[in-house]
Design a binder for this molecule. Structure first.
Ligand SMILES: Nc1ncnc2c1ncn2[C@@H]1O[C@H](COP(=O)(O)OP(=O)(O)OP(=O)(O)O)[C@@H](O)[C@H]1O
Length: 513
C-alpha cells in the first residue's frame, strides 16, 4: 500500500505540523484575524455609506455608489489587491513605512465595502414600507424612523450575510501575501506555504486549512444563533391561548381596569378629549390618478365616523390625508378649527394617531417598547415615566401580562391591540383606523372591535375605515359611504343602512350585507 503511505506522508506528517503550529498561531492566525477584522470594520463603514447613497433620492449620490460597486465587485480580488498594493506602493511607503500590510487592509476593505454596501442596501430595502409609515404616524421624522427602526431592522436581517462577508475576508486575506509581506506579517496561508516548502510535504498547508475552518465554521453557527434570538427575542414560555380566550382577556380588562393603570374607568364618563375635524373640498391625486374629488365631511368631537365603500374608492387615502401621510392636492382639513396644512406634520401626528390594517408593529421590540418608543424619542418623556404610561395603555387593552412579548409571539388580535395601545399612548385627540380587522382571523375580530367600541364610548374621536357593517351600524355616530373618490351619502347608521337613497349605496349594501 505504497500510495497510502505516500498520502500519509504528504498530508499527515505530524512532526511538520507540530513544528509549524507555534508560528501558525502567533503569526499566521493573528495576522489573518487582523486583516479580516480590520477590512470588515472598514468595509462596514464604507458599505453603510454606499447603502445610504444607493437608496438616496438624489441620482448624484446613487450614481457614484453604483459605479463604485460595479467596479469593486466586478474585479477579481487579486487584481484589486495587486493594483492597490503595488500601484500605490510609493504613496503607501510614505504614509505607512515599508510594510505593505496597511495597503493590503485597504484593498480588502475596498472590495468588502462594495459587497457590504449591497448587503445593507438590500436589507434596508427589504424592510416593509409599513414600518416607516408607522414611524411617521407616530410623529417620528424620516431620519428618526430610519435610525431607530428601518436601518437596525435591515441590518439585523442581513447579519448572516455580513458574517459571510467576514468569512470571505478571512479567506481573501490569504491573497495579500502577493504583496510581499514581512515575515512577521505573514497570514495563515503564507505560514503554511513557507513551511510546506521547507518540509517538502503538504501537511503544514493542511493545518492552515484546518485553521481556516476553525475560524469560519463556529462563527456561522454563532451568528445563526444570535440571528434567531434577535428575531424571536427572549420570551417566557406561555401557554397558547385560543382566539376565544382572547375575547375574554380583553373583556376582563375593559370591565375591570387594572389598578396600575391609574385610570378611573367608567364608560359613562368620557375619558378622552376628542377633537373635531372639518374636511372641505378635499382633492388628492397619485400622479395623474385623481383619488379624492372634493370630499367634504364634518366629524364632531368624541364621535365615531365609519367610512364604508367599495375597494379603491379612496377610503384609505382620505384617512392618510387626515394625518398627512399623503399630501392633499386641494381643499382643507381643520383640526379643532385650525388648518392641518399649516401645521408641521410631526406636530399634527401627535394629535391624530393611526392604526393600520397590518399592525405595523416593530418586530424587533417588545410590546412595551413598541408603545414607549415614541414617548421617549418623540415626546422626550423620561424612560421610567414612559414605561409607566406604556404599561397602563397595555393594561387598558388587556395585554398587561404580555408586555415583554415581541409581535412575533402574539396573535394578530393581540398585535392589533398593541398597535391601538401604541396610538393611545401618544394621547391623541383623533385616531384613524384603517381596516384594522381585515387581516384578523374571524374569532379575533370581536376583541379588537370591542376595544374600539369602548374607546368610542369614552369620547375618543375616531374615523374608522371598515368592512364590518355590524360594527358600523352598532357603534358609529355617522356612516359615510364613498365611491370613486366622492362622498356619495353620509348620515346616521339607520339612515345609511335602513333607508339608503342613492342607487350606488343600495347596490353596495346589496353586495355586502
Ligand atoms: N401609493 C399609491 N400610488 C398610486 N396609486 C395608489 C396608491 N395608493 C392607492 N392608490 C390607488 O388609489 C385608489 C384609491 O386607493 P385607496 O387605498 O384609498 O382605496 P380604498 O377605498 O381604501 O380601497 P381598499 O378598500 O381596497 O383599501 C386606488 O385606485 C388605488 O389603486
Amino acid at each position: 500500500m505504497d500510495w497510502l503511505e505516500n498520502l500519509r506522508r504528504s498530508f499527515l506528517d505530524w512532526q511538520a505540523m507540530a513544528d509549524v503550529l507555534p508560528s501558525m498561531i502567533t503569526i499566521g492566525l493573528k495576522n489573518t484575524l487582523i486583516l479580516a477584522a480590520a477590512s470588515t470594520v472598514l468595509g462596514v463603514v464604507l458599505g453603510m455609506i454606499l447603502a445610504v447613497m444607493g437608496i438616496s433620492q438624489s441620482r448624484w449620490l446613487r450614481l457614484p455608489a453604483r459605479v463604485y460597486t460595479d467596479i469593486f465587485r466586478g474585479l477579481p480580488a487579486i487584481v484589486t489587491i495587486l493594483l492597490i498594493g503595488q500601484g500605490f506602493a510609493r504613496i503607501g511607503r510614505e504614509i505607512f513605512g515599508p510594510s505593505p500590510y496597511p495597503l493590503g487592509i485597504l484593498a480588502l476593505s475596498l472590495i468588502a465595502g462594495a459587497y457590504i454596501g449591497e448587503i445593507f442596501r438590500s436589507g434596508i430595502q427589504s424592510v416593509e414600507r409599513g414600518q416607516m409609515e408607522a414611524c411617521r404616524a407616530l410623529s417620528m421624522s424620516y431620519g428618526q424612523g430610519m435610525r431607530l427602526i428601518v436601518i437596525p431592522q435591515g441590518v439585523r436581517r442581513v447579519l448572516p450575510a455580513l458574517v459571510n462577508q467576514f468569512i470571505g475576508n478571512v479567506k481573501d486575506s490569504s491573497l495579500v501575501y502577493f504583496l510581499g509581506l514581512l515575515a512577521s506579517e505573514r497570514e495563515i496561508f503564507r505560514v503554511g506555504q513557507d513551511q510546506a516548502v521547507v518540509t517538502g510535504n503538504l501537511s503544514p498547508l493542511l493545518l492552515a486549512g484546518v485553521f481556516y475552518l476553525v475560524i469560519t465554521v463556529p462563527l456561522t453557527h454563532v451568528v445563526n444563533y444570535i440571528d434567531n434570538s434577535l428575531r424571536i427575542g427572549k420570551q417566557k414560555a406561555s401557554h397558547v391561548t385560543s382566539g376565544l380566550a382572547e375575547v375574554d382577556e380583553l373583556e376582563n380588562a375593559i370591565s375591570n381596569p387594572p389598578a396600575q393603570s391609574g385610570l378611573e374607568h367608567n364608560s359613562a364618563l368620557p375619558r378622552f378629549k376628542g377633537g373635531s375635524l372639518t374636511i372641505t373640498d378635499l382633492d388628492m391625486a397619485y400622479g395623474n390618478l385623481d383619488v379624492l374629488k372634493g370630499v367634504s365631511l364634518a366629524v364632531k368631537p368624541g364621535t365615531v365616523t365609519c367610512v364604508i365603500g367599495p375597494s379603491g374608492s379612496g377610503k384609505s387615502t382620505l384617512l392618510r390625508c387626515l394625518n398627512r401621510l399623503v399630501e392633499p392636492k386641494g381643499g382643507d382639513v381643520l383640526l379643532d378649527g385650525a388648518s392641518i396644512l399649516g401645521m408641521k406634520p410631526e406636530k399634527l401626528r401627535r394629535r391624530v394617531g393611526m392604526v393600520f390594517q397590518h399592525f405595523n408593529l416593530f418586530p424587533d421590540h417588545t410590546a412595551l417598547v413598541n408603545v414607549m418608543l415614541s414617548l421617549t424619542k418623540v415626546k422626550g418623556i423620561p424612560v421610567q415615566e414612559a414605561e409607566r404610561i406604556a404599561e397602563a395603555r397595555l393594561a387598558d387593552v388587556g395585554l398587561a401580562t404580555r408586555k415583554h412579548h415581541r409581535p412575533g409571539g402574539l396573535s394578530g388580535g393581540q398585535q392589533q391591540r398593541v398597535a391601538i395601545a401604541r396610538a393611545l399612548a401618544m394621547d391623541p385627540e383623533v385616531i384613524l383606523f384603517d381596516e384594522v380587522t381585515s387581516a384578523l382571523d374571524p374569532e379575533l375580530v370581536k376583541g379588537v372591535l370591542n376595544l374600539m367600541e369602548d374607546l368610542g364610548r369614552r369620547g375618543m374621536t375616531m374615523v374608522v375605515v371598515t368592512h364590518e357593517m355590524g360594527f358600523a351600524r352598532k357603534v358609529a355616530d355617522q356612516v359615510v359611504f364613498m365611491d370613486e373618490g366622492c362622498v356619495i351619502e353620509a348620515g346616521t347608521p339607520a339612515a345609511i343602512f335602513d333607508t339608503p337613497k342613492s342607487t350606488r349605496l343600495k347596490h353596495f349594501l346589496a353586495e355586502v350585507l
